[in-house]
Design a protein around this ligand. Sequence first.
Ligand code: 26V
Length: 812
Amino acid sequence: MDLRQGIGLRRLGTTADEFQQDLLSSLYYRRGTTVESASPRDAYEALALTVRDRLAERRARTAAAHFASNPRWVYYLSAEYLLGAQLEQNLLYSGTGELASQSLKVLGRTLEEIEDLDVEPGLGNGGLGRLAACLVDAMATRDIPAVGYGIRYDFGIFRQSLEGGAQAERPDDWAFQGNPWEFPAPDDRQTVGFYGHTEPVPGSPTRKSWVPGEIVLGEPSHMLVPGYRTETVNIVRLWRARGSEASFDLSRFSAGQYAEAVQEAVRAENISKVLYPDDSTELGRELRLKQQYFLVSCSLRDIIRRFRLRNEGWDDFAEKTVIQLNDTHPTIAIPELMRLLVDEYGLDWDKAWSITRSTFAYTCHTLLPEALETWPVPLFERLLPRHLEIIYLINMFFLREVEARFPGDSDRLRRMSIIGEGSERRVRMAHLAVVGTEAVNGVAELHSKLLRETVLQDFADLWPAKFQNVTNGVSPRRFMKLANPRLSDLITEGLGDDGWLNDLDRLAGLERLAGDASFMERWRAVKRANKVDLAAGDPDSLTDVMIKRFHEYKRQQLKLLHVITMYHRIRANPAGDWVPRTVLFAGKAAPAYHAAKNIIRLINAVGATIAADPVVAPHLRVVFAENYNVTLAERIIPAADLSEQISLAGKEASGTGNMKLALNGAITIGTLDGANIEIRARVGEENFFLFGLDAFQAAEVQISGYHPREHYDRDAELKAAIDAITAGTFGGVGREVADSLLGWDEYLTLADYRSYLDCQEEVERAWRDPERWTRLSILNTAHSGFFSADRTIADYAARIWRVAPVPVPKDI
Ligand code: 26V
C-alpha cells in the first residue's frame, strides 16, 4: 500500500458540536434507543463508542503504517492484564474529555456519574498483570509495533469483601453487562487441540503427527491500546474458548438430556472461564495448563498469520518477530513453535530450533522457589503428548551441550535438566524458558543479580551473555495524570509545560522548587485535598499505606506488629505527644492461602480494638480498604504520605507500587529489596527510610539457624505485641499468626522488628517538621522519573528486542 494515497478514511469531528452529533448517532444507531428513554447504561455505552471511534480511526492509520513498513514486531505473551478502567484513560488519550463532559448534557448526565459505570477488567492478580498493562501502554507511546496476547477470562480476579473482618470472595463477572471497549474478531478464530496421541511420520526421524482427542475454538477480541500524544494505537488481543458447532448434541437435547447436550461446549468454555488467583499453593491443576496452552496455541497461529501477510517462507521469521514471555505461564510456546515448524511446516529440527531460540525472550518475575512453575510429567503427557516428546528432545540436545562444556559433572546435569528426576518427575518451566530463548531478564537490579547467582546460576555459567536486567516501570499517564490530576497540574505549572508525561526524567526540574515556600505550600495542599477525597481518616494525620497482595514474604504482619506496639505505647502514655496516623491496608489474599487470610483477620481485629478504645483512637486508626484493584489504587496512591515496602530482602522481585507511590510524593520506608534499592539510589539515602537486613544478611541468618524466640525474649515491646495477640486482646483472633511468628517465622519478621520500629521513629521526626517532610516528598517525585514504563520499554527495545519505533504519519 502506498501511504501517500491515504487510507480513505473520513476524519471524525473535533468540535463540541460534531462530538455531540456523534454521541447521538451512537445512541440512536448503535444502542438503538432514544434520548428520552436512554438509561445511564445507554449513555455510558454511547459515550464509550463515540470515544472508541476516535481511537479506532487512529488504529486504522496505525495498521496501515505498520503494514506498509513490514517492521520487526514485538509480541507480548501474558496470561494476565490488569488494564484498569478504560473510559477515563481513553478520554485522556483521545483528548476528548472536555467534549464528552459538554456533550453529555444533551443526555442529562454528568461525566462523573457515567464514569462510575465503567468496570475495570480485572484480568490479572497483581504486579505481573499490571506491569503487562503499563508495558503495552508504553510500547504504544513509544511507537513500537506490538500486540499483547492474553486470555479473555469471563471472571477476573475475585471481588473481595470483609465479613466479620475476614476476607470473603465473590466472582467478578466484569463483562456481565457487555464491554464496549472490545472488538470481537470471530474470523480470526483458531482451533486448539488437547489430549490424544502422536503417530510417526514415515521417512522422518523427528517429525510426528499429533492426533488430538479434544478440539476447542479460540475466538479473539481486541481492545485498543493508544499511545499518549502520538498517533499509534496498538492492540491487546484476548482469546476466549468456545465449543465448536459440533459440540452441541441436538439429539440429546431433543431427548431432554439438557445438561449432557451441552457438556462438551461447557468443557471447552471452561478454559477461559476464570483467572486463577495464583500466589496460592494449589498448583498442578490441569485446567490451568490448558489455559496456558490455549493462549499459546491461538497466539502463535495468529502471529504466523500476521507474518504471512507481508512475508513468505521462514527465513525472515525471527528477524521480524520477537515474542516476550511474561513469566513462565506462556512457556509452552517454545515446544509449540517447534511443533508447528517441524511437524506442520516440515522444517528440519536444527533450523526450527535456531528460529525458535532467536524468536523468544523470557522475563522472570520471582525468586520464590514455590512460585517457579513445574508440571507433573504424567499430566503433561496426557494433555500435550507431542509437546512432551519435543521437550524431551530439547532436553536431550541441551544436556549434551552442558556435558560438552562441563564433562562428567553429573550433578550439574541433574540440576539443569528441564525434567526433574526421581520422585519429582516434573517439567521445570523456568528451565525450558531459559533454554529456549535468546534473552532472560529479571525485573530489578537485585533480582537480576540474584537470578544469576542463585536460582539460575548454572545457566548463567553456561550462557552469561543471555542474562539481562530490565528494571520495571509504571505508566505516568495512569498513575500521575489520571490518578492525581491536582499534583500533575502543579508539576506542569512548576516545570512550565506538561511534556514530562512523555519524558519523565524532566521531573528532575522540580528539585529547584523543593525549597520554594509557595510551591511547597501548594504541594502540601494537593496532598491534603487528595486525602480529603479518599476520606480514609483525618487528612492531617500521617497516611501510612501498605497496598499489595497479601503474602507472608511481603510482611504485612511486620506492619501489624508496629501498629500493636503503637497501641501499647499510646495506652501507656495517653498524654504523650503522638503523631496521629492513619494506617491503611489494602490487598487480596489467595482464597486458599490461609496464613495470609489470617493476617487480614488480625488487621481488622486490631483495627476494631483500636477504634473502640477512646484513649488510642484519636491518635491511631487502622483502615482496611476492601477489594483493592487498579481503580482503588488510583485513589489511594495520591493520598499517601508513607509507602510501606517492607518485604524480606531478597524476596520481592521488584515491586511497582513502590514506584507509583514515590512518583506521587509518598516517602518510602523499606528494606533493601527489589526496586527499593534503585529508588533509594535515585532519591538519595537521606530521602528514604531504610531498615532491616539486606539479602545477604538474611541468607546468612537463615543458614546459620534462625530462632525467632530469641528476639521475642530479648525485646519487651515485641514480646508484648505478640503476647497481646495470644492473650486475646484482639478478640482471640490471630493466634495462628503469632504461632507462626514464634515457631519458625519464615520471613524473619522478628529479626527486622526493632530496626523497623526505630526507623518509624525517624519517620515521625521527619513528619513533625512539615518543611522537611514536604521537601522529602517533592524530591521523591523529582528523582523517580527513571521509573517510567517508557524507560523500561526503551531498555527492552535496546537490550533485548532490537526494535525501532515506527511513527505513524498524521496525514494519511
Ligand atoms: C506466585 C506464587 C505462586 C505460588 C505461591 C507463592 C507465589 C508468590 C508469588 C507469585 C507471583 C509470581 C509472579 C509475580 O506476580 N511477580 C511479581 O511481578 C511484579 C512485576 O514484575 C514484581 O514487581 C513483583 O515484585 C513480583 O512479585
